[in-house]
Ligand binder design. Structure first.
Ligand SMILES: [Zn+2]
Length: 209
């Protein structure tokens, strides 16, 4: 699970185990979740590796625990969502090749190439999902473009534009937004119906600061 965390990475790192996080409802039964434990993991932001605490919440009814990732973290990725998003937007948007985009963010070329490939492979699915979300949030309908990658980018932008009218979302930025609504699986390899995460039922505005 991903929560729309508005904190800068530095502030999240500094908070350690004391970081404040919401208690969303259980994704399976909508019951209450309680703090269970947590683990430490690394994230890389602005070329620097940091250690963050990821809380784990547990549903007493389902007997299942869920990690609660802040929105700057993508599942199974070291680099923050903003870094991944910036590279993907530049390359899939046709602004430059992988090599300069990777160099600008100080990430390895092969890593960046992997993100872009994964994004392209999922572009139609992402585009369709985010375009539907944009409409659901009162935005304009988008028609699929000839290039699936550009369609996906336009749809993510349109959905964020529509969401930015709701309290709390604008300050997150487009890539934390995209990470939140895709459950951290924006460029994940194996996803099981990630678009179940999107829709009126699951699309919860963050708590205003
Ligand atoms: Zn449950």
């Amino acid at each position: 699970m991903v929560w729309p965390c508005p904190l800068p990475v530095d502030a999240y790192v500094a908070a350690g185990r004391e970081v404040e996080f919401p208690r969303p409802a259980c994704p399976a039964c909508a019951g209450g979740l309680v703090f269970w434990s947590g683990y430490w993991r690394h994230v890389r932001a602005a070329g620097r590796c940091r250690k963050i605490f990821v809380p784990r919440l547990r549903c007493g009814r389902c007997k299942v625990s869920h990690a609660l990732l802040p929105a700057f973290v993508l599942a199974w990725r070291l680099d923050v969502a903003e870094t991944v998003g910036a590279v993907v937007a530049e390359v899939a948007g046709g602004w430059c090749g992988v090599r300069p985009a990777a160099a600008r963010r100080a990430v390895p070329y092969t890593t960046a190439r992997g993100w872009v490939r994964r994004f392209r492979r999922r572009a139609l699915e992402l585009g369709t999902g985010f375009a539907a979300l944009a409409v659901e949030l009162g935005g304009d309908a988008l028609r699929p473009a000839a290039d699936a990658g550009r369609f996906a980018l336009a749809a993510i932008g349109a959905a964020f534009g529509a969401a930015a009218g709701l309290p709390g979302w604008l300050g997150l930025g487009v890539w934390r937004f995209a990470c939140s609504v895709s459950g951290g699986r924006l460029i994940a390899a194996n996803t099981t119906s990630p678009w179940m995460m999107i829709g009126k039922r699951r699309f919860m505005p963050p708590v205003p600061p």
